[in-house]
Design a binder for this molecule. Structure first.
Ligand SMILES: Nc1ncnc2c1ncn2[C@@H]1O[C@H](COP(=O)(O)OP(=O)(O)OP(=O)(O)O)[C@@H](O)[C@H]1O
Length: 456
């Protein structure tokens, strides 16, 4: 029986009033109508009615789930309810990430006959080379981005976990940009560099005369982030004494400036990040469990570069645009092969450093193996490239869960790097794509001496 379409004119005229792009599809994936917002921002003069959604958005000849992607329509047919996914869509502006919400519409017999598809372009990430923001298209990257798209519109506290240099700060700002607070400020605090007393006055502010040197009243970072997002980087480094104050802020939404009794109301959304194993720190008494639950409403693992299959060429193009914006630099196939064989323990930050150095070494337009640093261009002889494959991989082995594995991988890799390195500490830091201060901190945290002493 053909679906009852008598109510379609009313439905289409309702869709026309909605500000976001919407299309109406039938069960055979055919587009029955597109609203004014879709025609304005997505169609650009192309006729889409009568064509299938997979043809228009993906240029596929078969539905997405038969082309290896998740299809919200098939999922909605199965679940009988609303479904959301993130897809890379072909648009007149090139390929874009689009957050799709698909709602089934039932006919008089109660059967699903139509689907309303709402599409919201996600501006914070690109699947093609770009000179700013997050880029990537690997499955691991898309899984992470889908979580960002899901959580961003809410007020939930987000905890980003991942190795150093994976782009946690960029992901935090993507959460902010895709949220309702995007017009407000994004304030980042590096918790690793702040001793306890300074932390309190920096974060909560202080009154004049609150302590020696407090010559004027100063608003804190919580106040500066009002109406926006507060990003606590390296949250695992917050001293225990301060953790309780942060917990109180999150539980009551209020705080006091140092030296003041006045209770002030905070208007922030919290995003935190760490490369440290918080669960193990809780067991060791170094991190409060109650605070952990407060900051970790929505955990997101930011994948390591080695887990982002196929993203390397895209990242290389984007980062070359960033490090040498006025040149049209490319990579020779042999240089690309060397990069692909390298383990990148310092992740995207290390890749960026390698490319920045190569761009300075290369006078022409083509970066070759000779322009790459030795540990990348001569992996076998150097021994400095970190043997990640030999280290325990996240998810393998012991009972501590993801964060414990992550820490063990990092410890092992650092130990090997220190033992095989023949040079200064600053050279090692450069090679790993981290600052000397961060290297020092890591060595201390992992109990590794500078000569590589420490249990394997
Ligand atoms: N997906 C990505 N696309 C483009 N650039 C990226 C991406 N991920 C990381 N970068 C770049 O890599 C560098 C490191 O990123 P970022 O500082 O956000 O890492 P991090 O995980 O916060 O590091 P840390 O743990 O040491 O603070 C930055 O220059 C950032 O622009």
């Amino acid at each position: 029986m053909p679906p009852d379409s008598s109510f379609l004119p009313e439905l289409i005229s309702f869709l026309d009033t909605l500000p976001e792009p919407h299309i109406l599809c039938d069960r055979a994936y055919r587009i029955v109508a597109a609203n004014a917002a879709y025609r304005r921002s997505c169609a650009h003069g192309r006729e889409v009615v009568g064509r299938t959604c997979y043809d228009v958005s993906h240029r596929y000849s078969v539905p997405c789930d038969r082309a290896g992607e998740s299809c919200p329509l098939a999922r909605s047919l199965q679940s009988g309810q609303r479904e959301r996914v993130l897809h890379l869509h072909h648009t007149p502006r090139g390929e874009e990430y689009v957050s799709i919400e698909l709602s089934p519409v039932r006919n008089a017999q109660g059967e699903i006959a139509w689907f309303i598809e709402k599409m919201e372009p996600m501006q914070v990430a690109r699947g093609v080379s770009d000179h700013r923001g997050l880029v990537g298209r690997s499955p691991a990257f898309q899984r992470m981005l889908e979580l960002v798209a899901r959580v961003a519109p809410s007020e939930a506290s987000v905890l980003l976990q991942g190795e150093s240099g994976t782009g946690k700060e960029l992901v935090a700002s993507a959460v902010h940009e895709a949220s309702r607070r995007a017009e407000g400020p994004f304030v980042a605090v590096d918790c690793s560099g702040l001793p306890e007393t300074l932390f309190e006055s920096e974060v909560f502010g202080h009154e004049r005369g609150a302590f020696t040197g407090a010559v004027a009243r100063k608003p804190g970072l919580v106040e500066a982030a009002g109406g926006g997002t507060l990003f606590l980087d390296e949250v695992g480094d917050i001293p225990l004494g301060m953790q309780v104050k942060l917990l109180r802020l999150l539980e009551t939404g209020t705080y006091r400036r140092v030296g003041s009794t006045e209770l002030r109301r905070a208007d922030i959304r919290l995003v935190s990040a760490t490369h440290r194993p918080l669960k193990r720190m809780i067991a060791d008494g170094a991190f409060r469990q109650d605070l952990y639950f407060r900051i970790n409403t929505f955990p997101i693992i930011v994948p390591a570069l080695r887990d982002r299959d196929g993203d390397l060429p895209l990242l290389v193009d984007s980062l070359l645009e960033r490090v040498a914006p006025n040149r049209r630099l490319g990579l020779s196939p042999s240089a690309m092969r060397l990069l692909a064989a390298h383990a990148f323990p310092g992740n995207v930050r290390e890749l960026r450093n390698v490319l920045e150095r190569a761009s300075l070494m290369c006078d022409g337009d083509m970066i070759g193996p000779e322009h790459l640093p030795e540990d990348v261009s001569q992996p076998e002889t150097d021994g400095g490239a970190l043997p990640w494959a030999e280290a325990p991989q996240p998810g393998q082995g012991d009972a501590g869960g993801t964060s414990l594995d992550l820490e063990e991988v990092q410890r092992q890799a650092l130990l090997r790097a220190v033992r095989s390195h023949r040079g200064s500490r600053s050279a090692l830091a450069r090679k790993l794509g981290i600052s000397e201060r961060t290297l020092y901190r890591r060595l201390k945290a992992f109990g590794i001496a500078e000569d590589g002493a420490g249990s394997a």
